[in-house]
Design a protein around this ligand. Structure first.
Ligand code: UT7
Length: 320
């Protein structure tokens, strides 16, 4: 038996902010953003929240799969931008869907959050613990940005993507996951500082900080290596893969990965032009775009891969 994706959904906030819009509020240019990253626009939450977007994506994924919320045994949400410390986003999604039979919890693995969620579902299904699961990646990254730091805020966007997974004959063939906490300082966002009657600190806000070049080097080394390993484990050749659905951070990273894997760029769909980097939301949103364009047929082999803060990375080979 395997863990197979049987439905997808996604939600993007209604406000679209173009590079030209950003030129009006900070010292940047459309030319710089597009040439360095490929990003042209991103969706920014105004009324939306991490939970509201996760719920919308989940409803669409359930509809796409023909599954009712009460059939869900497990709800996982990959997020680094929850609305609350607690309850978890996953529990709030459970409440909104009335998915009363599910166990629900969040995963903090940044841009690898959706891949780590798939890994957990895969293991639970292999152990015979669950039959049907919902994995969501949902982010409101705009609230974690310093909007005076042009080096980070132009890169990210908000949104959510979801997939329904069922224990069936075909699905995930292999998974590779990893972390390197020793290099975590290259991409950070501080939480509240220790602040209690015994240790008083000013509760200043902190935002996303990134050493872009270090993250870039990490990505172009780690993504091809993890995809290669996943392919080897699955016993599948790269040329048998129809689509490589990668985390959408930078078009140059995707081009470098395609080159290292020796695969044509046409096999690497992108939506970063429209969405920017949505961390855990990135892979499931792109998967939903590709699915809804009718580009996936039963039996197609695809690769999903993510990388990001932690540092963390994950790759999966699966049969659609
Ligand atoms: O999901 C997390 C994954 N994150 C990533 O994958 C990020 C990986 N890294 C990257 O994609 C690239 O490193 C960036 C796109 C973030 C940056 O590109 P870069 O080629 O590494 O640029 P840089 O940081 O070296 O900056 C080059 C110049 C600097 O000016 P000086 O010092 O050369 O005068 C920056 O101040 O570009 C300047 N700059 C900007 N200029 C206009 C930085 N941000 C901007 C901006 N607009 N938004």
């Amino acid at each position: 038996m395997a863990a197979g994706i049987i439905g997808t959904g996604s939600y993007l906030p209604s406000l679209t902010v173009s590079n030209q819009d950003l030129e009006k509020i900070m010292d940047t240019t459309d030319e710089w953003i597009k040439s360095r990253t490929g990003i042209e626009r991103r969706h920014i939450a105004v009324e939306e929240t991490t939970v509201s977007m996760a719920v919308e994506a989940a409803r669409l994924a359930l509809e796409n799969a023909g599954v009712s919320p009460s059939e869900l045994d497990l709800i996982l949400v990959g997020t680094i931008s929850p609305d609350h410390f607690f309850p978890s986003t996953a529990c709030e999604v459970q409440k909104a869907l009335a998915a009363e039979n599910a166990t629900a919890f969040d995963i903090s693995a940044a841009c690898s959050g959706f891949l780590f969620g798939l890994g957990i579902v895969n293991a639970y299904m292999a152990a015979g613990m669950i039959k049907t699961a919902l994995v969501i990646g949902a982010e409101t990254l705009s609230k974690l940005m310093d909007w005076n730091d042009r080096g980070t805020c132009v890169l990210f966007g908000d949104g959510a993507g979801a997939a329904v997974i069922r224990r069936q004959d075909e699905g995930i063939l292999s998974m590779v996951q990893g972390s390197d906490g020793g290099r975590g300082e290259v991409l950070t966002c501080e939480n509240r500082k220790v602040n209690n009657p015994y240790r008083k600190n000013p509760s200043d806000l902190s935002f996303t900080a990134m050493n872009g070049q270090e993250v870039y080097k990490f990505a172009v080394r780690t993504v091809p290596a993890s995809v290669d390993e996943a392919l080897m484990k699955a016993g599948v050749r790269a040329d048998e893969i129809k689509y490589f659905i990668l985390h959408q951070a930078n078009i140059r990273i995707i081009e470098a990965v395609a080159k290292r894997l020796g695969q044509p760029i046409e096999k690497f769909p992108t939506n970063l032009q429209e969405c920017g980097n949505i961390s855990a939301g990135s892979v499931p949103i792109l998967l939903d775009f590709v699915n809804r364009q009718g580009k996936l047929q039963k039996g197609d082999k695809i690769v999903l891969a993510g990388f990001g803060a932690g540092l963390t990375w994950g790759a999966a080979v699966l049969i659609w």
